[in-house]
Design a binder for this molecule. Structure first.
Ligand code: EPU
Length: 477
């Protein structure tokens, strides 16, 4: 079998230790052949943010009447949450509009651990079912989590918060069993780090807990604010104070919501980086300036050009009038930059990998300090094999020392450019690094084979169709 033979020569990052085994992936024949060297040109559209949509779907469990969510992308995480909701008695159906989902939670019921375990290892979203299931059923079973292998990704903040609310948590080999024999009660809680997931956990639990919850050091990403909008539409009382403090007044009942989510700013930035790395020109319909300001500043500093074509007020207007942001490479050389990933309003960790491919084309030394995940630079090894010149370091090379500085993680990168990228056979290690591999293959001279591309479907809707719309020369063998 061809895939089996080439597996021995795969470029595989060593830091992503839990990444799929090259042979395992190769044997699936899940491969995209990429003829690189052609600028991406054209227009694509992003829909609702993956990292909001899946959480809004979980929130539907809390209502006692149906909810409607628009602009839901067809991605793997949505399928997982849909499956879990279905197992718990929530009827999920397609609405009238393309991308609209309707959730009827009037008959929420328990599911068996065996049924739930079908979804083990497939996503991180199941951990957010804890609060809603405890409210609706008094107990919850959570399977082993999946998601990208970009560090240990513990759930200690989640479990600590749930215990503060009064939940008991039992860890077993098959998963987590939770119950709330005395109900859930509001609490004062400070997160050790402004974790997105743990903030969502607290929100989804506190909205129906008895009394007031005060969360300090909360994450305030736009996706969190949009989740708060969803919960407020359902009848929740949530105050977002300054300095990362969120106060939630528990209510006895919540009803359904109708919501159009914020667009996917990670996907938008990924296509922008692809335009820059391939010296192309891509309009991303749906992209919103307000949620991408930090990315736009770096994009401009690198030498990329953009124009905001969405003339609606933020989060306003009707779908028919949609614009977005047009991104392009203006010609000439790109500039090296120093950047540090951080929680909002910093530069998102998920923007890092796609942009680094463009930075391989910039003249001089770029510095990237990854402060959100400790193992999110492993993919750079594959880029080096394609001709990039990237060194990773254990030191904090940004302005601020971060949590990983003294913990022996290679979490800073120096990118020397410009480098001519050439084709290679690549195995995709995780979602965002996978997209960066794809961009590198598109930017490189020659024909690359990218294995394990199905992983990209976890977070990028119809990416193969979008590549075709942008004139990329890709094919399934
Ligand atoms: N952390 C802990 N303990 C916890 C929770 C988090 O130590 O209990 C640490 C993590 O290990 C990490 C940091 O806190 O070092 C931040 O993690 P966070 O909880 O904020 O991340 P998450 O909720 O698991 C979401 C997105 C990620 C995105 C991050 C940061 C979803 C489904 N995932 O993850 O998106 O990178 O926030 O913005 O919303 C992606 O889309 O590819 C992706 C990885």
């Amino acid at each position: 079998m061809t895939a089996f033979r080439v597996a021995m020569n795969f470029v595989r990052p060593s830091l992503d230790t839990a990444a799929p085994n090259a042979l395992e992936v190769a044997l699936t024949d899940d491969v995209l052949v990429v003829h690189g060297g052609t600028p991406l040109e054209g227009r694509i559209r992003v829909r609702g943010a993956k990292n909001l949509v899946s959480k809004a779907m979980v929130a539907a469990l809390l209502g006692d009447t149906p909810s409607r969510l628009f602009d839901v992308p067809r991605i793997r995480d949505v399928e997982v949450v849909r499956g879990l909701l279905g197992l718990h008695g929530v009827k999920v159906s397609d609405g009238d509009e393309e991308g609209e989902l309707v959730f009827d939670p009037t008959n929420v019921e328990s599911a068996s651990t065996d049924q739930i375990n079908v979804h083990a290892g497939s996503s991180r979203i199941p951990i957010l079912f804890c609060g809603p299931l405890l409210h609706r059923l008094g107990h919850a079973f959570i399977p082993d989590l999946g998601g990208c292998h970009i560090g240990p990704r513990p759930i200690d903040f989640h479990l600590q918060a749930l215990r503060e609310f009064g939940a008991t948590v039992e860890k077993t080999p098959e998963g987590l069993h939770l119950s709330a024999p005395n109900g859930l009660h509001g609490t004062k809680f400070a997160l050790p780090y402004p974790s997105v997931g743990a903030t969502e956990q607290v929100l989804l639990t506190a909205v129906m807990a008895e009394g007031v919850t005060e969360l300090r050091n909360a994450a305030v990403e736009p996706e969190i604010i949009d989740l708060i909008c969803v919960l407020q539409k359902m009848g929740a009382i949530i105050k977002v104070h300054t300095d990362r403090v969120i106060e939630i007044q528990g209510v006895k009942r919540l009803h359904g919501y109708t919501h159009r989510p914020i667009p996917d700013r990670i996907e938008a930035a990924s296509w922008a980086a692809a335009a820059l790395a391939t010296r192309g020109h891509v309009e991303v319909l749906g992209a919103q300036q307000a949620d991408m300001m930090t990315f736009l500043n770096i994009f401009r500093s690198v030498g990329g050009e953009y124009e905001v074509t969405d003339l609606r007020p933020p989060r306003g207007g009707s779908p028919g009038q949609e614009g977005g942001i047009r991104f392009w490479h203006p010609g000439g050389e790109l500039n090296a930059v120093a950047l540090e990933t951080d929680v909002h309003p910093g530069f998102m960790t998920d923007w890092q990998q796609p942009l680094v491919v463009a930075l391989t084309q910039a003249r001089g030394l770029s510095i990237v300090h990854e402060t959100v995940y400790e193992q999110r630079l492993g993919y750079t090894e594959a880029l080096n094999t394609m001709g990039a010149n990237i060194q990773v370091y254990r030191d904090c090379l940004g302005g601020t020392p971060c949590r990983f500085g003294r913990r022996n993680f290679k979490h800073s990168a120096v990118i020397a450019g410009p480098s001519k990228l050439h084709a290679a056979d690549l195995v995709i290690p995780d979602l965002r690094a996978g997209f960066s591999h794809l961009i590198a293959a598109l930017a490189a001279e020659g024909t690359s084979r990218v294995y394990g591309v199905d992983l990209i479907n976890r977070g990028y809707e119809d990416f193969e169709a979008k590549l075709a719309d942008l004139g990329a020369h890709v094919e399934r063998p």
